[in-house]
Design a protein around this ligand. Sequence first.
Ligand code: NAD
Length: 495
Amino acid sequence: MEVELTAPNGRNWTQPLGLFINNKFVKSSNEQKLASINPTTEEEICSVYAATSDDIDTAVAAARKAFKDPSWKSLSGTERGALMLRLADLVSQHAETLATIECLDNGKPYTTALTENVPEVVNVFRYYGGYADKNFGQVIDVGPAKFAYTVKEPLGVCGQIIPWNYPLDMAAWKLGPALCCGNTVVLKLAEQTPLSMLYLAKLIKEAGFPPGVVNIINGYGREAGAALVQHPQVDKIAFTGSTATGKEIMKMASATMKNITLETGGKSPLIVFEDADLDLAATWSHIGIMSNQGQICTATSRILVHEKIYDDFTEKFKAKIQEISVLGDPFEETTFQGPQVTRQQYERILSYINIGKEEGATVFLGGEAAPQKGKGFFIAPTVFTNVKPTMKIYREEIFGPCVAIAPFKTEEEAIEMANDSTYGLGSALFTRDLSRAHRVAREIEAGMVWINSSNDSDFRIPFGGVKQSGIGRELGEAGLAPYCNVKAVHVNMAT
Ligand code: NAD
């Protein structure tokens, strides 16, 4: 049920391979497994058990039992918070191992995993741990004949489904508010990147969470994911992933009318106005599309640039990429960009690059695969210019280090182009004009607007989309609402 692993940085650890149900690692019912591949070397790291629908039944039953059990149900918010704070401390103590696993399994640079992703998990658990005894109802004054109050109750068993681009962060974003509110959870990991969260599962037990409160399942979407979404004993589904899967989940969840939260795809615009600080815009444009190998749902993958500063900006942006986007082994300290997560994603991005070339856009930078020592799913940072809003590379989410740049003439045109999308997740704008900044921020159809930055999300600030980018919010205080029922209690005071 576990294997000893050693990473290229010399770190050793015991990697659990089972399904984490009732605080124990178990085999899947038919003992099926799936392989986790190192995207840098294309070699198998290990095989982990993959849940069947029978295993989903077992995990949901464990979560249902735990939800009713006094060891969890009777805890005060303060006691639940203490468990979460203990978990945050353990994650912090195991930071190097978690970052190593993330680097090996996902391909993201070790330094990023250690300095950004693991601290994000710690921050989110501490933030929601702190909220656990501060999230309560109201007394509502309706006059002397009636006393009325509300109680915030947990929903019950929450099914949570996460993608592979931020395995640790996405899990924390979902577990944090769910546990804060007193729910129990069955979390399904992405089949491409199960290892870091299986390791973290050990810490959940060590922190002292009662058995069944958090169950962590690995498995395929169509099998384990679909079984979780359709399960009659699951009260809520929270999902992060593609818009196509989000739509399927809405349909499947409708049979039992589950409460759902969806975080799906995006094609987020970044607008550079003629009065912008172009060095600042180039720096953040690079961060906005090239971080995390471009595998960010809020990646600012469409850059709209005022025609007067178009050439200046594109040259500065190119120089920034050439300076910072060092490709290589993600364990090397100098590496900014590792491999794409899987061969499938790598091929998908390359096919979009070919489409861009066929559509007549100009390859301003990159535009090809960039294997390191002949191996790995590496893609050169790619910039297309002369992109028309009708082109696929302008309209569809590529989910890689590939950006489309198009010019505009007026503020109205920039807003129209920014909103010309089925998505509405992130957006960014660069200007020195304060009035314009807030005027445009109001007009943009998106869940988030960054003024003079891009993708600097924060666990204290709500995150989520409009249009086909999702339903509901995660993070911040707003992230609690999707995990509790507000019960109204009416007391007749009249005699
Ligand atoms: P995906 O939708 O294929 O998979 C995401 C998760 O859903 C995985 O755990 C998968 O196993 C599961 N799944 C797949 N089919 C399912 C089904 N029929 N029923 C239940 N579960 C199912 O997405 P992906 O390719 O793994 O991830 C990339 C996509 O995720 C991108 O489009 C990206 O924009 C999106 N994403 C969005 C956000 C956000 O916060 N909005 C964050 C990260 C990724």
